[in-house]
Design a protein around this ligand. Structure first.
Ligand SMILES: Cc1cc2nc3c(=O)[nH]c(=O)nc-3n(C[C@H](O)[C@H](O)[C@H](O)COP(=O)(O)OP(=O)(O)OC[C@H]3O[C@@H](n4cnc5c(N)ncnc54)[C@H](O)[C@@H]3O)c2cc1C
Length: 600
């Protein structure tokens, strides 16, 4: 039975036939690796995800975490799965050998982690957050901070969080008010409230390392006055031993629509619930220099944003595979035109409208997976390309693609989950099948790590204009290279290339038109339409890339024919959706801008 979590065949196609990850082993960082070690890591991820993560996905959803005022309780399978995960060593898959990492290419490490997200996105959130936290400290923390906090996290003994949001400051982090008061011994004491903190309390690990954004008194207003602090739940001595309980307490759990196995918390810092050193105040350690907190946090957020896109993709992918399996075995109705009422019913996959829903899902989830792995491959280029110019190019392209890689899968793989429910009909609307949970879990992804609207502002307001438009120019040039290759390849690929070229020309023209008079109010009024249109163009590009990696038409098997058909679907049904969006943007439409708030 093929897995209904992900398709290993697709992962192998993307990693090897398309992204050629084995070429990376020629670079010193990956010299210890080979196709065999990549395959072993993927096999291990699939096995542990299937055996340890998938079986309690539903149970953790039904029995969400509880708090009795003292302790947070989760179902025991969560801890058991996380212990198994720690044993795989995959937490450190992409990290340096110097910190115990496997130094796998990011593209392979990302593919491995996607298995866990598809199997159980809520349980996989704990290592996801911990790795992001550890990566940030590896980049910006001191050697002592790495020793004290990162090593235990990488060993699976401590878990990590990211504490940015406050009840009154979610999208607008400039308005956070948590305060960090300097102490004579070089530490800080933190006072304030953080909202929505995932993994903010539990007993799954010996300790929780919170990374907290706060203001030092007298700091400049706005984002330039935000600093970053390590605040452990339990204080850690110089020898690594655990000491006093820090003054950070759980004020309550949030009860969510999905992602229920991940605790989500309101945390109080410094309210005197504990008194380390005999007085209230959460003991914190500054990371790097003061007032650099948001820039440092962006290090983690960019990675987290691509990870959110990967999680959205994984949920869309498993929903697609489950609805496909259902459609193959559910008998219902007869083909249009069948005259004999006594004839056996056909499986619903025989109905073109059901194939439409499956094909739409396939085009979304396989397109999104390609984008996620392409970005992970760019991370490898950014880190290891022999040439400075190639590393800089990868960095810039990744910067431009990040809001799209976060938002496009969050929107369209959620749409895939919606279609998966529809394929199952009434059964899809019940808790007897997984697809409704996948939809609820995936509904978070357009909200956290920067909402859809905030990503849109980032793409059009920052990424497309930075360095005098260098990001936009690089994106269109890179897509242009694919178009040229497709034209040289001829046949159907050349036809798809012409259609993509038309859409790319519109991206350039519309971006120029939006910024023609430099008025950001009008330019950004329809930023979400821009994000969605450019996202579709980028996914069409990902499909053309995949078509170019296929064997010549007629030479492959059913897998290759399915890829080709999904590409046709995306170009025929999806890419044309961008036309009206580009028209709206080019007209600098003012409908939303002119809507007065008192007219609602
Ligand atoms: C389950 C869950 C887990 C989370 N985990 C974490 C975590 O671990 N750590 C953490 O720090 N945070 C976490 N968050 C917080 C999350 O990042 C925020 O919810 C998100 O940033 C939005 O903030 P908000 O909820 O305050 O909504 P708001 O910022 O109030 O936004 C509400 C709406 O207004 C729009 N909006 C707001 N400002 C603008 C603007 N300037 N222009 C256009 N539109 C705007 C938004 O796009 C959104 O549609 C989590 C949230 C949830 C729900």
């Amino acid at each position: 039975m093929p897995s209904t979590l992900l398709s290993r065949r697709d992962l192998d196609f993307l990693l090897h036939d398309w992204l050629r990850v084995c070429q990376l082993v020629e670079r010193p960082r990956y010299a210890e690796h080979s196709r065999e070690t990549f395959d072993d890591a993927l096999d291990l991820a699939e096995r542990v995800a299937t055996e340890q993560f998938a079986p309690h996905n539903r149970a953790a959803d039904l029995a969400e975490p509880t708090f009795d005022g003292q302790r947070v309780r989760l179902i025991p399978q969560v801890r058991a799965a996380l212990d198994s995960f720690a044993e795989t060593g995959l937490l450190t898959a992409g990290l340096d050998a110097s910190v115990g990492g496997l130094q796998l290419p990011h593209a392979v490490a990302a593919a491995c982690f996607t298995w866990f997200q598809a199997a159980n996105v809520a349980t996989s959130a704990y290592p996801f957050l911990t790795l992001g936290n550890a990566n940030l400290l590896l980049a910006h923390g001191s050697a002592e901070q790495v020793d004290t906090y990162v090593r235990p996290m990488l060993e699976g003994r401590f878990f990590g969080t990211m504490c940015l949001s406050e009840p009154h400051a979610g999208s607008s982090l400039a308005d956070i008010t948590t305060r960090a008061e300097p102490q004579a011994d070089g530490t800080y004491r933190l006072f304030g409230t953080k909202m929505w903190i995932s993994g903010g309390d539990h007993e799954l690990a010996e300790n929780i390392v919170h990374l907290v954004l706060a203001r030092i008194p007298g700091a400049p207003l706005g984002v330039k006055g935000i600093s970053l602090f390590i605040v452990p739940k339990v204080l850690v001595g110089a020898d690594g031993s655990l000491g006093d309980r820090n003054d950070v307490v759980l004020a309550g759990l949030n009860h969510k629509m999905g992602f229920r196995g991940t605790t989500n918390t309101l945390l109080s810092f410094g309210d005197g619930g504990h008194t380390p050193g005999g007085r209230p105040g959460a003991v914190g350690h500054l990371v790097g220099a003061p007032h650099q907190g948001l820039a440092q946090m962006f290090h983690m957020m960019n990675e987290a944003r691509i990870g959110v896109g990967a999680g959205a993709t994984a949920l869309g992918y498993t929903g697609y595979l489950k609805s496909l399996a259902y459609a193959r075995q559910r008998p219902q109705g007869r083909p249009v035109g069948a005259k004999d009422p006594a004839a056996a019913q056909v499986p619903i996959i025989d109905h073109p409208d059901v194939r439409r829903m499956l094909l739409a899902q396939k085009s979304y989830v396989e397109g999104a997976l390609a984008l996620v792995l392409y970005c992970a491959r760019l991370l490898d280029e950014q880190k290891t390309a022999p040439d400075d110019a190639d590393r800089a190019r990868a960095h810039l392209l990744l910067d431009v693609l990040t809001p799209i890689t976060k938002s496009w899968p969050s929107q369209w793989c959620l749409a895939a989950n919606d279609l998966a429910i529809q394929v199952l009909g009434g059964a899809g609307y019940t808790r007897d099948h997984d697809v409704e949970q996948h939809y609820r879990d995936n509904r978070l992804n357009p909200i956290h790590e920067g909402t859809h609207g905030i990503q849109a502002l980032d793409l059009l307001g920052r990424k497309m204009t930075m360095q005098g438009g260098a990001g936009l120019a690089l994106l269109t040039r890179t897509i242009g290279d694919t178009i040229e290759r497709a034209r040289r390849a001829g046949g159907e690929a050349a036809g798809l290339a012409d259609r993509l070229a038309g859409a790319v020309d519109r991206v350039t023209a519309v971006t120029g038109r939006l910024w023609a008079d430099g008025d950001p109010v009008l330019a950004l009024a329809n930023a979400s339409a821009y994000l969605e249109a450019v996202g579709h163009v980028v996914i069409a590009w990902m499909w053309l890339e995949q078509v170019l990696a296929l064997p010549p038409e007629g030479a492959g098997d059913a897998f290759h024919a399915g890829k080709r058909q999904a590409a046709r679907y995306f170009f025929t049904v999806e890419l044309p959706r961008t036309g009206p969006q580009f028209d709206l943007l080019a007209s600098r439409d003012r409908t939303t801008l002119d809507m007065r708030t008192d007219w609602f």
